[in-house]
Design a protein around this ligand. Structure first.
Ligand code: ADP
Ligand code: ZN
Ligand code: ZN
Length: 736
């Protein structure tokens, strides 16, 4: 439901019936009359003008019996709309889940509760399924009352089993407001034992925890960067700090780049806080149903749950008394939302922590240049973990110069090592950030290349379905048997994607169990989780995947990692190409040698002497950072200036050309005054997508707040051609 009533700063009268109402206040969602319609509004504060009450319209009522946004959330929304140049209503639409806005309510259902005193050997004798239920419930400290349906689903038992227990008096049944919580069947709290209770901290960890806790105790905003090599135990540090914050009555938001891709981190948090300390953890992810979303949001708003774990939008959760915001893998581009509002969850997290006078804890093995710069200028405090747990060695890195290799997919070194690992029953991960079988199809006789009908890129060959596909717009077509242009039968396939890699693994190791994880194989719900679980349990020998699986996974039996095309990210038309490549090399190598055996990494590259490969091989963060920041400063790129990207799309190229030039002429003087450098307009590297031509302008700005609101005013007032779409992206991450 769009929130048309929001964002106009309207003043309404509040009836006496509402003032004392539970849940009414700043941040409440209300129904208001607007013209002849009833719309939604957020209470932003008390009106300032002295308008006689009689002339005001009245607020009609509350949509939810709890404030859906915290008062600081209202401030956050105002800041976000200004900073990212969008409407306040668009901000509230991402801030508040649809289910909450639609006025969804709670649901009643049968729920059961374990009567511990009634559990006897006698009662459970010979009833295996019943015993399972009782054992499960005895271990659950975080919740006492369980909805029947949830229990049945989670433990795969029938209602008869529960009825049997109710009859024996072991379970008590009642009618309750039931919570639609997606419990462990999605993301299990798998770890038990040491992992659940926590390790004794290493010296390095203890120093970090102490320093961060000092900030927490000061009750002031401080941003910390926890910069720790892969496998150095960052998660343990987060959890220690969280534990203290919770013990002191505070709330926590924990952000991960994507919940589905970091099941282990989420599992560890749940194991620690639900199973051990009895704190409820709300996991906020994209596959929740509306009901689950509603219940989660309400539980947080009411203070029943104080820990929220989720992807970027979880930063808006109405956590009470927020004292800590953790951003794991803070460098991840996934934190940036690539649609309006184009916010970066990491940066919003920092701002929210500031509003709450809380601590923001950013963690990464490969921090972004922006964050490192903030450390350098003293805005953030850095805490470092330089050693892996148990002094495990960082993996041995081999760089293979692919210009000297004959075979296209695996170098001799990588093939030899793969065979060796397979014989030793150790596991291998192969990365290639390109899906499909071949990346292009061409004709050697006439030079024809198969391109998308609607975009200016080549089509990818998907072997199994015998299709050519566009990875930009989804267009697809059959595979021609002769050249469509000259009828030559000599069609050539070039380039390698994950599908071909998988086929080559099967050729090299015919008996090995291989799985592929990429956007093509994980469409089905749960497919990703199942594959990762199979690999973890050792039911697979080799995992082939795109960058999707490069982060956050901890498989102790993986002793070899191959990065098949380390240069791929280097050829992107993006000033962050070197940074991305360095991060990829380090993160990918972090997947090897996490157990007792040392790991090895084979990097295949056509540019063996490129700095990100060289520094990455030595895991030399400081060296790479110094070089990279020097170059960024020279060219005036972020983090030294903010990059604001303006993208324009239209079916007609002349129109684009004309209007973008007009626009630049119009804004250039004002921008110059504000110290902004303008580059463009120019066609984008991918000039056409879905039959729309694309142009871009880059603004390099010393400050966002001095420039963007002004630019936004100009943009709203400018007479654009109605067939043209323009998008402004502040602190842009995706440049294409
Ligand atoms: P990172 O996030 O820095 O890559 P993790 O937090 O995943 O590292 O930790 C790596 C492994 O070390 C995990 O299996 C974790 O349980 C274990 N670990 C963490 N801290 C300790 C500790 N103090 N003692 C023993 N094991 C630890
Ligand atoms: Zn041809
Ligand atoms: Zn296309």
């Amino acid at each position: 439901m769009p929130m048309r009533g929001v964002g106009r700063g309207l003043t309404y009268a509040v009836g006496a019936d509402m003032v004392g109402l539970d849940g009414f206040g700043v941040g409440s969602l209300v129904r208001i009359p607007l013209g002849r319609r009833v719309e939604l509004g957020i209470v932003m504060g008390e009106g300032e003008e002295a308008v006689p009450e009689a002339r005001l319209k009245r607020v009609l009522g509350l949509v939810q019996p709890f404030p859906v946004v915290r008062p600081e959330g209202v401030q956050l929304a105002i800041w976000l709309a200004r900073y990212y140049a969008c409407g306040l209503e668009q901000v509230f639409e991402v801030m508040i889940p649809g289910a909450v806005r639609r006025g969804m309510g709670r649901r009643e259902g049968r729920a059961v509760r374990l009567i511990r005193s009634a559990v006897t050997e006698e009662a459970l004798k010979g009833a295996r399924k019943q015993r399972e239920v009782v054992e499960f419930l005895s271990g659950q400290l975080a919740r006492e009352i369980w909805p029947r349906a949830l229990l049945m689903k989670r433990l795969a038992v029938s209602g008869v089993v529960l009825d049997g227990l109710v009859k024996k008096g072991v379970l008590e049944e009642s009618l309750e407001v039931t919570e639609r919580v997606a419990y462990g069947d999605e993301l299990g709290a798998q770890q038990v034992g040491a992992a659940a209770h926590g390790h004794d901290l290493t010296e390095e960890q203890a120093v970090c925890v102490k320093d961060i806790l000092e900030s927490v105790e000061k009750r002031q905003f401080v941003a910390h960067l926890l910069h720790g090599v892969t496998g150095s135990g960052k998660t343990e540090v987060y959890m220690r700090v969280m534990k203290e914050v919770l013990a002191a009555g505070g709330g926590v938001i924990f952000l991960v780049p994507e919940v589905a891709l970091t099941p282990q981190t989420v599992g560890r948090l749940r194991a620690r806080f639900e199973a051990v300390s009895g704190d409820r953890v709300v996991v906020w992810h994209s596959q929740l149903s509306d009901g689950e979303r509603y219940d989660g949001w309400r539980a947080v708003a009411n203070g029943e749950a104080r820990v929220v774990v989720g992807a970027r939008s979880a930063v808006f959760a109405p956590v009470r008394n927020l004292k800590l915001v953790v951003v794991d893998e803070e460098h991840e581009p996934a934190y940036k939302q690539e649609e309006v509002p184009r916010y970066n969850g990491r940066d919003v997290a920092v701002y929210r922590a500031m509003l709450n006078e809380a601590v923001c804890l950013l963690g990464s093995a490969t921090p972004s240049m922006e964050t490192l710069h903030n450390v350098a200028i003293g805005k953030y405090r850095e805490n470092r973990l330089r050693k892996r747990i148990d002094d495990r060695q960082l993996p041995l890195m081999h760089v293979v110069d692919m210009r000297r290799e004959k075979a296209g997919v695996f170098s001799r070194l990588l093939a030899d090592k793969m065979r060796e690992r397979y014989e030793r029953r150790e596991q291998v991960i192969l990365f290639l950030n390109r899906r499909g079988h071949d990346t292009s199809l061409n004709c050697p006789d006439c030079g024809f290349v198969a391109e998308c009908d609607f975009c200016s890129i080549t089509l990818t060959h998907h072997f199994r379905d015998r299709r050519l596909r566009c990875h930009m717009c989804g267009f697809e077509t059959g595979v021609p048997s002769v050249c469509p242009k000259c009828r030559s039968p000599k069609i050539h396939y070039k380039g390698t994607g994950t599908e071909k890699v998988e086929a080559h693994v099967k050729r090299l190791l015919p008996m090995a169990r291989v799985a592929r994880i990429d956007a093509d194989t994980t469409r089905r719900k749960h497919a990703l989780r199942e594959q990762l679980e199979a690999f973890r349990q050792g039911r697979l020998d080799v995992l082939v995947g795109t960058q999707m699986i490069a982060k956050g996974l901890d498989f102790p039996n993986v002793t070899l990692v191959g990065l098949l095309d380390a240069d791929l990210s280097m050829h992107m038309p993006d000033f962050r190409a070197a940074e991305r490549t360095f991060q990829l090399v380090v993160q990918v190598s972090g997947r090897a040698g996490r157990g007792d055996r040392a790991g090895e990494v084979v990097l295949q590259t056509y540019l063996p002497s490129a700095p990100p490969i060289q520094y990455g091989r030595q895991q030399d963060f400081d060296g790479f950072t110094e070089l990279e920041l020097k170059q960024r400063r020279e060219f005036g790129y972020p983090p030294y200036r903010h990059l604001i990207h303006h993208l324009f799309r239209a079916a007609n190229r002349e129109k684009l050309d004309f209007y973008t030039r007009q626009w630049v002429r119009h804004v250039e003087p004002g921008l110059k005054e504000r110290g902004v450098e303008v580059r463009g307009p120019a066609p984008c590297p991918v000039e056409r997508i879905q039959n729309l031509y694309r142009y871009q302008i880059w603004y390099f700005a010393p400050s966002v707040t001095r420039v963007v609101p002004w630019l936004q005013e100009q943009r709203t007032a400018f007479k654009w051609d109605p067939e043209m779409v323009e998008v402004l992206d502040v602190d842009a991450m995706q440049l294409s």
